[in-house]
Design a protein around this ligand. Structure first.
Ligand SMILES: Cc1cc2nc3c(=O)[nH]c(=O)nc-3n(C[C@H](O)[C@H](O)[C@H](O)COP(=O)(O)O)c2cc1C
Length: 325
């Protein structure tokens, strides 16, 4: 996820139960490879394996070259993005815009698969719009091209992120191909993960937004799927420690200036449903140094201990009262 699944966050998710985590998308345009942003997006130093890089573009040769470049830099799996609905990406016929051009999809998939000797996977949506759901045809093309796994978000490009993800198309794709299929879209709880696996027959689920500020959701889902019971909420002190670890890794990765700024969204996600979270988020956004930010976050979580030893999510109104008390 662009702007979210950087190396420190992927590492944290993997430590907390994710079996797999893919990099932010890297642009296939060779002019962009050397930029600081692209270099960070393809940096896997010390990351738990497998190291998977997502690439985005519309030109088969550029994508093939980009895949090779990333494999040379340590990528063990290449994922191709045909799921992104963002205009900046779609206007240049990348991301889910490609789904309109099945012949180009075929060329891209063949070019990338033939360019590298690591597994190549595809992330895509159910179609261009609801009248043109071509996920089944895309899945067949992908399988024939040698793609080794499909991740399907149960929305069309035109849906953006609105409405609910549907799982019928994912089930149809799973029934159609022999390669593994990962179901994605709106999975926010262990129960929903189980439901989606049952509905689709998929081999795995992919969690996106629900992991923001809650990277331990993967171990919660994993535990529920294996035992049918829920893990207790994490201990506040555990979250304190892992936030400190996450932030320090984040600062080391981005440096002082960018680090303090890009950490704000992560901190906001961690605290948003906790007592006093919204007030804290607003104050924390004014802090200009990593040291002040780190101390403030630690103090916030220390205060949570006065409510409970385990993380307790609560509505904002109740939360403000509790903090004032
Ligand atoms: C901020 C943001 C950035 C994203 N970036 C990417 C991306 O770079 N590549 C990709 O395949 N999907 C990207 N996605 C889509 C997610 O991978 C996922 O398909 C989508 O959010 C639906 O899953 P969810 O309901 O679990 O969040 C992004 C989503 C968000 C919200």
């Amino acid at each position: 996820m662009a702007g979210v699944t950087d190396r420190p966050f992927r590492q944290l998710c993997k430590q907390l139960g994710a079996g797999y985590a893919v990099s932010e998308m890297a642009a296939s345009n060779p002019r962009l490879w050397a930029t600081e942003k692209s270099s960070r997006r393809t940096d896997h130093d010390g990351e738990m394996e497998p190291k998977a890089v997502q690439i985005a573009g519309a030109d088969p040769q550029d994508l093939a070259d980009c895949a090779k470049f990333n494999v040379d830099r340590g990528a063990q799996i290449i994922d191709i993005n045909m799921g992104c609905p963002v205009k900046k990406v779609c206007n240049s016929w990348c991301g889910s815009a490609l789904l309109q051009h099945e012949d180009l999809v075929e060329k891209i998939l063949h070019a990338v698969v033939n360019a590298v000797d690591v597994p190549v996977t595809l992330k895509f949506r159910t179609g261009w719009n609801r009248e043109n759901k071509n996920a089944l045809r895309i899945a067949r093309i992908a399988e024939q091209a040698g793609i080794q796994m499909l991740t399907l978000h149960g929305r069309t490009r035109a849906d953006g992120y609105t409405g609910d993800a549907e799982y019928e198309t994912i089930a149809a794709v799973k029934a159609e191909v022999r390669i593994p299929v990962v179901a994605n879209g709106d999975i926010t709880t262990p129960e929903k993960a189980k439901f989606v696996l049952e509905q689709t027959g998929a081999d795995a689920v992919m969690i996106g937004r629900a992991a923001q500020g809650r990277p331990w959701i993967c171990r919660e889902i994993d535990h529920f799927l294996r035992t049918g019971t829920h893990l207790p909420a994490p201990l506040v002190n555990e979250v304190r420690a892992l936030m400190s670890e996450h932030l320090q890794a984040h600062y080391a990765f981005y440096g002082e200036f960018l680090g303090v700024r890009t950490a704000r969204k992560h901190i906001g996600w961690y605290v948003r449903d906790l007592a006093g979270g919204e007030e804290f988020r607003q104050q924390m956004n004014l802090l200009e140094s990593t040291e002040l930010q780190l101390d403030a976050v630690d103090a916030f979580f220390k205060k949570q201990l006065s409510f409970s030893e385990r993380l307790q999510y609560r509505p904002a109104a109740v939360a403000a009262d509790a903090l004032a008390a």
